[in-house]
Design a protein around this ligand. Structure first.
Ligand code: CTP
Length: 407
C-alpha cells in the first residue's frame, strides 16, 4: 500500500477524479487529495474528504496548522504525485517552477514519481506553449497519461478529454514500486493482438478491422503485474506497448507458428487477435489482373490456434491457462459458451461487435466473461479496464499451477 497525492485542478473533468480516487483505493492505495482553488469550484472538497478519510488540502494558508511547511512533509511521504485532471495552467506552473499554491509547491518539493493526466480544449493542447511545457516536463522525467480524443465539454471534438479513470488508475499503479505489485512475477504470458492479413497476391490481402488495442492493453497490464510478456501481433497501425518479446507476424499461419513456439513455457496464452478463419488456397506470385465477368476465390480453412493450444498434452493439468476472445454479432454469450467447450479453454471474453462503442477499432469494450463456473457481464469501459478484469481472472487461474517455465 502506498500513499498517493491526487492533485485535482480546475477542469470540467474534475468530477472524474472522484472515480480515480476510488480506483486507487480499490487497488489498496491510500490517497490524499490536493485541490487547487479552481478545482473546488467544480467538486466539493467534502466529497474527497469523505472517501479518502483524510483532510483535503485546498490551501497553503490553512490557519492553525503549519500549513506553509506541510507541503514539504507531505511531499516526502508520498509514493506518487498524480494530477488528474491537469490543466494547461498547472502544466505551465510545473514547467516553470512557479510555486504559488500547495500543489505547485509540492511538485517542486517531492522526489516521488509524477504522473500527469492532461485535460483541456483541443486547441489549447496543440498550442506550442503547452506542447513546449509538456516536453520540458517529459525531459525531467514526468510521466503522462495521454488525453483521449472525442467530444469535449467546450463543444469541440478532438484530443483533450481526460483519459478514462481506469486508464489513469492503471498507469498510476504501474508507476508504483514494482515490488508492491508483481503478482505475476516469474510467469510467462503470451498475448496475441491485431488482425491477420491473408495475401491474395503481392498487393491485395484479406484482413479485418481489429486495431490490436485490446491485446495491447492485455499485454501492458500483464507486464505491469511483473509477468514476462511475449506479444505476437499482426499488422497494426497502433503502436504496441513495451514487452519482453515482440513478434510481428502477417498471416494466420505465421501467427500459428509464433504462438506455438512461445507457448512451450507459457503459463497463460491470451488470444485477443482476430485470426482469419480462411485464407486463399493460393497466393498468386504476380498481381492478379482483372478479367471480364465475376471472379471466384477459393479459400481454405486456417488452423485454429486456440483449439490447437487446447489440445496440448499439458492442458490435461490446465497448463497453459487459455483465454479466447469471441467477436459476435448475434448472441455473444450463447456462442461464447459454445466456444469455451469446443476449444477447451478456461475463459472466453465475448463481445458484441455490432455495437458502435465496443469491439473493433474503438477505445472501449463491453464484454461478458464466460467461464465454466458462470458468466460475468462487465460494463462498457476502456479496453485497459477490460484487460484488468481479464488479468485478474488469469492471475487466479495461474496461481493454481507451479510456474510453467520454472523461472
Ligand atoms: N482463433 C484462433 N485461430 C484461428 C481463429 C480464431 O486461435 N484460426 C481464436 C481467436 O483469437 C479468438 C477465438 O479463437 O480468441 C475466437 O475466434 P472466432 O473466429 O470468433 O471463433 P470461431 O471458433 O472461428 O467461431 P465462428 O464459428 O463464430 O467463426
Amino acid at each position: 500500500m502506498s500513499l498517493i497525492a491526487l492533485g485535482v485542478t480546475g477542469g470540467i473533468s474534475a468530477y472524474k477524479s472522484v472515480e480515480i480516487c476510488r480506483g486507487l483505493q480499490k487497488r489498496g492505495h491510500d490517497v490524499v487529495a490536493v485541490m487547487t482553488r479552481s478545482a473546488t469550484r467544480f467538486v466539493g472538497p467534502l466529497t474527497f474528504e469523505a472517501i479518502t478519510h483524510r483532510p483535503v488540502v485546498t490551501s497553503q494558508w490553512t490557519r492553525g496548522a503549519n500549513a506553509s511547511i506541510e507541503h514539504i512533509a507531505l511531499a516526502s511521504d508520498i509514493a506518487l504525485l498524480l494530477v488528474a485532471p491537469c490543466t494547461a495552467d498547472v502544466i505551465g506552473k510545473f514547467a516553470h517552477g512557479i510555486a504559488d499554491d500547495f500543489l505547485s509547491s509540492m511538485y517542486l518539493a517531492t522526489q516521488a514519481p509524477v504522473l500527469l493526466a492532461p485535460a483541456m480544449n483541443v486547441n489549447m493542447l496543440a498550442h506550442p506553449a503547452v506542447q513546449q511545457n509538456l516536453s520540458t516536463l517529459a525531459g525531467r522525467g514526468v510521466r503522462f497519461v495521454d488525453p483521449d480524443e472525442g467530444y469535449l465539454a467546450c463543444g469541440w471534438v478532438g484530443k483533450g478529454r481526460l483519459a478514462e479513470p481506469e486508464v489513469v488508475v492503471a498507469a498510476a499503479d504501474a508507476l508504483l514500486a514494482p515490488a508492491d505489485r508483481a503478482s505475476l512475477r516469474g510467469r510467462h504470458i503470451v498475448v496475441t493482438a491485431g488482425p491477420t492479413y491473408e495475401d491474395l497476391d503481392p498487393v491485395r490481402f484479406l484482413g479485418n478491422r481489429s486495431s490490436g488495442r485490446m491485446g495491447f492493453a492485455v499485454a501492458a497490464e500483464a507486464r505491469s503485474r511483473g509477468a514476462r510478456v511475449t506479444l505476437v501481433a499482426g499488422p497494426t497501425r497502433v503502436d504496441p506497448p513495451v514487452v519482453d518479446t515482440l513478434v510481428r507476424v502477417r498471416g494466420a499461419a505465421e501467427m500459428h507458428a509464433a504462438v506455438m513456439a512461445a507457448a512451450g513455457d507459457a503459463d497463460a496464452v491470451v488470444m485477443a487477435a482476430a485470426v482469419a478463419d480462411y485464407t486463399p488456397a493460393q497466393t498468386a506470385s504476380g498481381k492478379i489482373a482483372k478479367t471480364p465477368g465475376p471472379m471466384t476465390l477459393t479459400l481454405e480453412r486456417t488452423r485454429d490456434i486456440l483449439a490447437d493450444l487446447g489440445a496440448l498434452p499439458s492442458r490435461a493439468t490446465g497448463v497453459p491457462v487459455l483465454v479466447g476472445f469471441a467477436a459476435e454479432t448475434g448472441d455473444p454469450v450463447a456462442s461464447g459458451r459454445a466456444k469455451l467447450t469446443r476449444k477447451r479453454v478456461d475463459l472466453i471474453v465475448a463481445n458484441d461487435v455490432s455495437r458502435p462503442d465496443a469491439g473493433f477499432d474503438v477505445e472501449t469494450n463491453a464484454v461478458t466473461l464466460i467461464a465454466a463456473d458462470g458468466d460475468t457481464a462487465l460494463p462498457l469501459q476502456a479496453k485497459r479496464g477490460v484487460a484488468v478484469e481479464v488479468l485478474d481472472r488469469v492471475e487466479a487461474l495461474v496461481s493454481r499451477h507451479p510456474i510453467a517455465g520454472g523461472v
